[in-house]
Every structure is written in C-alpha cells, then in structure tokens.
Design a protein around this ligand. Structure first.
Ligand SMILES: NC(=O)c1ccc[n+]([C@@H]2O[C@H](COP(=O)([O-])OP(=O)(O)OC[C@H]3O[C@@H](n4cnc5c(N)ncnc54)[C@H](O)[C@@H]3O)[C@@H](O)[C@H]2O)c1
Length: 354
C-alpha cells in the first residue's frame, strides 16, 4: 500500500495533543511529511520534536508536497485553507467548527465535490465509545424515533484563557461555536436524518464581562470579552421532534454537565454516562453498560477513519453536509438571539451547491 503523505497546517494545542499522536499511531499507512504555521518558530519546533522533514512558511508550498492535510488553525481560516487544499488535490481534515458561516461551508463542499477529495470535520465526540454505543442502539431501533432531545455542554467557570478563543473575529463566537457545537453535532448524528425547520436562541456573556471572575482555565481580559459564554437554543424538526440545547463556558450552575439525552417513542438513552431507559414488563428499567468496546481516546479512531477514507478503505463518519448543518444551526441560534425572533430554515436549501 502507498503511504499517505500528511501535512499539518496550524500546529498549536490540538494538533500536537490529538492529531499528531493519532497519525503517528498509523505508521503502517500514513506518514507526516510537513508542517506549516504562521508562527514559523512553532512549526520548526514541532518538526524537530516529531522528526518531520518539511517546514513550510507558506502553506501553499506544503500543499504541493502532501496527499492529505490536517487544518487546525483558528476558525476564521478553516474555509480559505480547506478550499485551497481541495483545489490543490489534497484531502482535508479540518478542525471544528467547519467554518464561520454556512456560506463558507458551501464553498468547502463545492471544492470537495469538484476535486473528488475527502473533506472531513473534527467532530470527535462521535468517535467516543459511549457515542458509538448510543448510535448502535439507535440504529437497532431500541428506542424508536427520537421525540425530545436534550444536548448539554455546560462548564461552570472554564473560559479558555489561551489562544484566540475569546476573539470574535477569529473564532466567530464563544461557547456555542467552540463547545456547544460538539454536543449539537452528536445529537444530530444520533437523530439520523431529521431535518431542522425552525430555531430560537438566546446568548449571554454578562458573567465573563464582569471583573474578577473565578476562572479555572487561565486568565482572560473581561474588558474585551465580546463572545457568548452561555447559550440556549430550541430547534424544531420537520418530523415533530424538538431539541433543547444549552452550552456554557461560564454559568452560575452547581457543576459542569455534559450529556445528550434522547427520549424516543419506545425508550430513551443518555450518552454520558451511557444509560438505556425503558418501560418493559410493567417496569421502568434503567440499564447501564458494564462494558463498552472501543478506544478511550476518540482522536485515534477519528484519524484512522480519515486516513482510511483517503485510501478508499472506509466510509466517512463525519460527512461535510452534516457538519454544515451544525454550522447552519449555530448561525441561526446567533441570528435569533440578535433579532429576538425565530429563524425559519425550511426555505433555506440544505446544501446550496446541489
Ligand atoms: N475538536 C476539539 O475538541 C478541538 C479542541 C481544541 C481546538 N479545536 C479547534 O482547533 C483549532 C485550533 O485550536 P487550538 O486549540 O489548537 O489553537 P492554538 O491557538 O493552540 O493553535 C492554533 C495554531 O494555528 C496557527 N495559525 C493561526 N493562524 C494561522 C494561519 N492563517 N495559517 C496557519 N497557521 C495559523 C497559530 O500560530 C497556532 O499555532 C480551532 O479551530 C479550534 O476550534 C478543536
């Protein structure tokens, strides 16, 4: 088998902690041959640490020398670099969120369609063991059609104090686009092909704009804090299902909470921790899993699925149209929050390039 030559564009925290180790585990089919970062010193340091031969100041030069690329830059650059890579005939794994807007997502999907190359997005929650178990239970019809879905990604005081996470121009938003996107993506994936038709949302950032807040994830400047730190959303689907989303970096709640819970026609489930809730034999039953197979580190199966897709060996788990739907809902939640009205989606085409 030919080795897949992989490049990295943007080699900050997530590239080094998740993607580089995951790709290095796939040594029989993939090799990291180049890195590029606007912080050239950082690129050189990563290349040295991981014995990567190519360091490129200009990412276009890297694209000429690789088969596939991992893009882990701030959100603002996801679309531009992905489109350039796809147009250069390079497979793309792009970190989440897919882009800053549905329009940018459409440009990425169009470039992928025209190039015939793989485009996947880093929604790694789908590769978590509990999520895989929940998907299997859903596909086997154990809980029937989903009726009410709750997606919660709540942190009490964890505004990221590093990188550019509180910069609206570079990231497009705060807790919703950065963290809530994972739970939203997971919920939509578990629901299957339910089509969202209407969205309402509210966003807050009063806590993070208040001086002298306790924060467990480093320091940030409250006086320039301009993104959301707590968001609620309500999504209605064509089939009558509804989804309640709540996410925060900072909120006056008792403790952090992360879960997707689905109440379906025949039963229900919780993903974190995994629970199957059923009414059977005249009883109300709650089942726990004594064993869940899979890798404890979802970054490993995520990278393997991408590499295998590039090599034509596997079906893509995170499809770009699905990641685009997450971005469309995020955009609609922010829009609803600003206008105070619900946003109707049923007249918006799902994928504009179709
Ligand atoms: N899937 C997840 O759970 C997860 C977790 C963390 C971050 N992320 C995503 O990964 C991306 C990067 O986050 P991070 O935590 O690694 O941030 P980071 O700040 O640690 O790293 C970003 C790197 O990109 C470089 N960079 C900035 N602009 C660039 C450009 N135009 N071209 C090339 N390099 C550029 C920076 O110099 C830096 O080295 C973000 O999109 C973020 O949402 C995803």
């Amino acid at each position: 088998m030919n080795m897949l030559k992989i490049g990295f564009i943007g080699v900050g925290g997530i590239a080094e902690s998740r993607h580089i180790p995951a790709v290095r585990k796939l040594a029989e089919k993939a090799v990291i041959t180049g890195v590029s970062d606007v912080n050239h010193h950082r690129a050189q340091q990563i290349a040295e640490t991981y014995n990567i031969p190519g360091v490129y100041e200009n990412y276009h030069d890297l694209l000429e020398n690789v088969d596939a690329v991992f893009i882990s830059t701030p959100n603002k650059f996801h679309a531009e670099i992905s489109v350039a890579a796809l147009q250069a005939g390079v497979h793309v794994f792009c970190e989440k969120p897919m882009a800053l807007s549905t329009k940018e997502c459409d440009e990425m999907i169009k470039a992928a369609e025209e190039s015939g190359k793989v485009l996947s997005i880093g929604y790694h929650y789908r590769f978590m063991k509990n999520a895989q178990a929940a998907k299997k239970v859903m596909l086997e019809g154990e809980i029937g059609e989903p009726l009410v879905i709750r997606a919660q990604g709540l942190r009490r005081r964890k505004v990221p104090g590093w990188g550019v996470f509180t910069n609206k121009e570079l990231q497009g938003g705060g807790s919703l686009i950065d963290y809530g996107c994972h739970l939203l993506d997971l919920a939509l994936w578990l629901m299957g092909d339910s089509v969202p038709v209407e969205v309402m949302g509210s966003q807050y950032n009063l806590l993070s704009r208040t001086p002298k807040q306790v924060n467990l994830w480093g320091d940030f400047d409250h006086s320039t804090f301009e993104v959301d730190d707590h968001v609620t959303g309500y999504v209605r689907f064509e089939n009558g299902a509804s989804l309640l989303l709540e996410t925060s970096w900072s909120a006056n709640i008792k403790e952090d909470l992360e879960n997707v819970s689905i109440s379906g026609e025949k039963g229900g489930l919780d993903v974190f921790p995994f629970h199957l809730n059923q009414a059977k034999h005249g009883l109300l039953l709650n089942s726990e899993a004594a064993f869940i197979p899979g890798d404890d580190n979802p970054g490993n199966p995520q990278a393997e699925n991408f590499v295998d897709c590039c090599l034509g060996l596997a079906e893509q788990v995170v499809k770009p149209e699905e990641a685009r739907r997450v971005s469309m809902l995020i955009e609609a939640i922010y829009e609803s929050s600003l206008t105070g009205s619900s946003v109707k989606l049923n007249e918006r085409k799902e994928v504009e390039s179709q």
